[in-house]
Design a protein around this ligand. Sequence first.
Ligand SMILES: Cc1cc2nc3c(=O)[nH]c(=O)nc-3n(C[C@H](O)[C@H](O)[C@H](O)COP(=O)(O)OP(=O)(O)OC[C@H]3O[C@@H](n4cnc5c(N)ncnc54)[C@H](O)[C@@H]3O)c2cc1C
Length: 390
Amino acid sequence: MDFQLTEEQIAFRKSVEKFARKEIEPLTTEAERNSEFSFEAWKKMADFGMMGLPFPEQYGGSEAGVLTTCLGMEALGRAGVDAGTTMAWGASQILCGIPIWLLGTDEQKEKYLPKMITGEWIGCMGLTEPGAGSDAASMKTTAVKKGDKYIMNGSKMFITNAPIAHHCVVMAVTDKEAGHFGISAFIVETDFPGFSTGKDLDKMGNRASVTSELIFEDCEIPEENLLGQLGFGFIGVGKTILEWERSCLIAAGVGGMQYAVEICTKYALERHQFGKPIAHFQAIKHKIADMKVWSQAARLLLYRVAWMKDNDQPAMVEACMNKLMCSELGMRLCEEAVQIHGGYGYMKEYPVERGFRDAKLGTIGAGTSEVQRMIISKAIMNLKRGGKKK
Ligand SMILES: Cc1cc2nc3c(=O)[nH]c(=O)nc-3n(C[C@H](O)[C@H](O)[C@H](O)COP(=O)(O)OP(=O)(O)OC[C@H]3O[C@@H](n4cnc5c(N)ncnc54)[C@H](O)[C@@H]3O)c2cc1C
């Protein structure tokens, strides 16, 4: 077993962190305060190469691999870049870009990937519906073949990047009788007739990302925009997305945990009560020790699942464990970070306040903690849907 990153990986992580501290964090911190998405930060991240990390060179990417991609995102979080901005990156590059790369036709890859990598086009992904969240397969959105087009009707809820996206990967029912095999995926451009978005949703955290509903009213989709095989939108495209999402998207959060440990350590050494730095009190020391251990445990789970994916091993259950543990430890850690800051931690001026609000989404998005536990326990106990042992 080798726990050592390569020299190139260490240098890459450092260079991203340095770049992000100087160029990105000030822009995104300001954007988060104003509940806006920063196009300027997006462009700078693209120019630095962040958008192309996992993708092939032929489309302008750098073929960095899963672990190195995660290291890049971890470095953004460690530099203090807010979770909304890194989630926008994930929604575009991972949830939308990865399925196009792995399951798309040559024409689809050539059309969409280069402009996503230069940052010109932003993507999004629509699986969740107003009435179908954890049970996403019970979706109601339909796509019916008519001539050389599919006609889509329905809506998708809580879609990250929806108001700024050029295109979305959308799942819809194409055969009502075929259950999980009756769902297909499509690339829907946001200027296709019949497409619109709902109002911008006002969120607790991740406020530098924009979120809204996707609405399809007889939306016309050319047949060549079917993504992957007909009927494999849930089993194929959806699973590919969710495995990547539960592996990689939490990487920035894991970096954010390290950032919180650093700022809490600094604060505890500087803040005096009872005539000495609060760092001298055992209660505070123990909090910081626990936070360090949690951030390290999260990091190891993340690196392991990324390594498994780089080595072409199936990793859905490990991805669920990674997502569950990193997000729950992240939430606990961010609560302690506020506590260490006392009343100041409750003030918007301090980054721990933002971290606390941002961290909560980790236990909800990409499948709630309850759903991760359901999948993990099913795998351990070898259970079928409905609870019976196989
Ligand atoms: C800010 C934000 C951004 C998002 N971005 C996207 C996006 O880009 N694309 C996208 O497709 N979706 C996105 N989502 C949706 C997200 O994935 C869903 O919110 C999530 O899957 C939960 O679905 P739900 O909100 O409908 O909750 P529900 O499924 O209604 O769950 C409600 C509660 O019931 C519990 N529950 C449900 N079923 C079970 C069960 N079988 N056993 C035990 N407990 C259960 C849940 O764990 C939860 O506690 C986003 C959500 C948010 C908040």
